[in-house]
Design a binder for this molecule. Structure first.
Ligand code: FAD
Length: 367
């Protein structure tokens, strides 16, 4: 079987890897648009604390986190060691006692059958600050040991490298779809046409630009995120847990004295690539309110990413009805670093006709 995957973000990279591993001849086209979500994503993998109660979405979110152990194990065994992945744990906190109690109950319910989350326990303010030294000194926190963070840039690059190791071919190119017979072919930047048995559009926030010219309506739109990277020079941050203060903001740290504070969620902005005063200020303000020790950190960069946001929070993937050999893999929204690798595996199952680990009908694209 020959497959073409358009887009090599979290969703496309995983789909390509899973297909290539099964012996499918895979060709990947990725334009790497500025604002590619996978290049800007924070990298938190910790589904158990979310306040979102949509069951089908949560099933994917939780399964996505579970799948990380397999994925990281496989990639490491294949020689991929630099993934920025670490189970640093997550601290869920609030200054509101009622919110803390509700969070404890929610996390207990969600982790009851999720041993991968580890033994959740309540930390005193002092214990929490020991784990996250720039945290305010009066915040208790729920510790979820299984919470992790990953550098999605490194992980997606590793998945593509491994797809190539299994015979996939990668092109950095902008492509379009052209109708041919009952199906479609892919036209690359030079005008050359590429045929395949299966074409998977994993174009993130740009997917409708690929699909609407062939008459396929696709409801995913860009949701702009501004996320700030700071350096705490000389501070050893690699073991710091992810910090989830139960607002739309959060904080995490990487090995190179880097602390990341996210993020804005801006709808109806189109592809607005600007770092704005309001955006950056709101993120920094939220960060310093919970972690005053950030005040003297150096701002390294503010990344802009466009989350592929569908009309509901659920991802959208599967065969496009009535379109021979055409599938979409999209709509990962704000949880795509967690969900993307697992969803890519399911997408590969759909395309190859394999049995899926969870029912995929709820995520199928409609016309
Ligand atoms: P993308 O990564 O956007 O990739 C799509 C690719 O398709 C792009 O490279 C694009 O250039 C390519 N493409 C499009 N059209 C064409 C074309 N015509 N030809 C060739 N290539 C094309 N998720 C989490 O789980 N945890 C987090 O902590 C987290 N934090 C986030 C923070 C921010 C600020 C943002 C923006 C997102 C965050 N996310 C997080 C969400 C996650 O990053 C996304 O859901 C995920 O990366 C989406 O992956 P994707 O592959 O669908 O899209």
């Amino acid at each position: 079987m020959r497959a073409i995957v358009i887009g090599a973000g979290m969703f496309g990279a995983s789909t390509a890897l899973q297909l290539a591993r099964r012996g499918v001849q895979v060709t990947i086209f990725d334009f790497a648009h500025q604002g590619k979500a996978t290049m800007a994503g924070a990298g938190i993998v910790c589904p158990w604390a979310t306040q979102v109660e949509e069951p089908e979405w949560y099933e994917m979110y939780a399964a996505g986190a579970r799948f990380y152990d397999t994925l990281i194990g496989d990639l490491t065994a294949a020689g991929e060691v630099d993934l920025g992945y670490r189970k640093v744990g997550a601290l869920v906190t609030s200054q509101d006692a009622g919110d803390m109690q509700a969070a404890g109950e929610r996390i207990a319910r969600r982790t009851a059958n999720a041993p991968e989350a580890g033994d959740v326990r309540l930390l005193s303010a002092r214990e929490a600050q020991e784990k996250f030294p720039i945290l305010r000194d009066n915040l208790e926190a729920w510790l979820i040991p299984g919470g992790a963070r990953v550098d999605a840039r490194l992980l997606s690059a590793a998945m593509i490298r491994q797809a190539i190791a299994h015979g996939a071919v990668f092109h950095n190119d902008y492509v379009t779809l052209v109708a041919k017979g009952d199906g479609y072919v892919v036209r690359d930047g030079t005008g050359t046409l590429h045929e395949a048995d299966e074409i998977i559009v994993a174009g993130g926030a740009w997917a409708s630009q690929i699909l609407s010219p062939i008459g396929v309506a696709h409801p995913v739109k860009p949701q702009k995120g501004q996320i700030v990277h700071l350096r705490l020079a000389g501070v050893q941050t690699k073991e710091w847990p992810v910090l989830l203060p139960m607002t739309s903001h959060y904080m995490l740290a990487f090995d190179d004295s880097r602390v990341v504070v996210g993020a804005t969620r801006e709808n109806d902005m189109g592809f607005d690539y600007r770092v704005t005063a309001t955006g950056q200020a709101s993120v920094l303000e939220a960060g310093m309110a919970i972690a005053p020790g950030l005040a003297n950190a150096e701002i390294i960069e503010t990344r802009i990413g466009f989350r592929p946001a569908g009309p509901s929070i659920k991802p959208i993937f599967g065969r496009v009805p009535g379109a021979q050999g055409l599938s979409v893999a999209n709509g990962l929204g704000a949880g795509g670093i967690s969900i993307g690798p697992f969803a890519g595996k399911l997408m590969a199952d759909v395309v190859t006709g394999a049995t899926t680990e969870v029912p995929v009908a709820p995520y199928a694209p409609t016309l």
